[in-house]
Design a binder for this molecule. Structure first.
Ligand code: ADP
Ligand code: MG
Length: 198
């Protein structure tokens, strides 16, 4: 489905791929799958994640299915450029937690000939576009939206519902704090919560 990066060093064409979707939709699994293929092709790959994402491991990108790959935690997107000098393929997980400078960083990496694979939540727990992800979707050559299974209906889920009562935008968590819901289930639940508040 994707072009693999040319081994011809003089053909320095880079691009951006975004993998987006709700929580549990398999973004990290898909990122890991692509990075493993790159490594099999003996290209140099490095994966970065925000320093604040310490859910499963400080130094690994880990899926909810316990699949993992080594990663470098960074607090500032500009660090990714400094640490990717000799790298062919740059992976970035949980990109929604970075500030907007991640957009220019991804462009700069791609402009310098690198393949950039970014994974992140497209919507927050309120169903609103999350941080820099909409901008990344706009500048990417390839966009993949993955889906989870709705825990209420068994249908396709594209929303993340926060089970616990907390209205901060960023609240790290897993199945104890979040569930993936279809549009219908998400709306039904939010309408119910709203009517309780009114
Ligand atoms: P993401 O990075 O999008 O949050 P991950 O790649 O970390 O997702 O995890 C995907 C895995 O989450 C699935 O393979 C599955 O084992 C698990 N999972 C837990 N809840 C669900 C759900 N509701 N729908 C689909 N997968 C789920
Ligand atoms: Mg993930």
């Amino acid at each position: 489905m994707f072009l693999e990066r040319s081994v011809n060093k003089s053909d320095k064409t880079g691009w951006i791929e975004v993998i987006c979707g709700s929580m549990f939709s398999g973004k990290t699994e898909e990122l890991i799958r692509r990075i493993r293929r790159v490594k099999l092709a003996k290209q140099k790959a490095k994966v970065f994640k925000p320093k604040d994402d310490t859910r499963y491991s400080k130094k690994k990108v880990t899926s909810h299915d316990a699949n993992s790959i080594k990663s470098k935690p960074v607090n500032n997107p500009s660090k990714i450029i400094k640490l990717s000098k000799n790298i062919d393929v740059v992976g970035i997980d949980e990109a929604q937690f970075f500030d907007d400078t991640i957009v220019d960083v991804c462009n700069e990496l791609a402009n310098s000939g690198k393949r950039v694979i970014v994974a992140g939540l497209d919507m927050d727990y309120q169903g609103k576009p999350f941080g820099p992800i909409p901008y990344l979707l706009a500048i990417a050559e390839y966009v993949t939206k993955v889906h989870a299974v709705c825990t209420k209906t068994g249908k396709m889920a594209s929303y993340t519902h926060r089970i616990v009562d907390n209205d901060e935008l960023i609240l790290l968590g897993d199945v104890k704090k979040y569930e993936a819901l279809s549009r219908k289930a998400f709306n039904r639940l939010n309408n119910l919560l709203q009517s309780k508040k009114d």
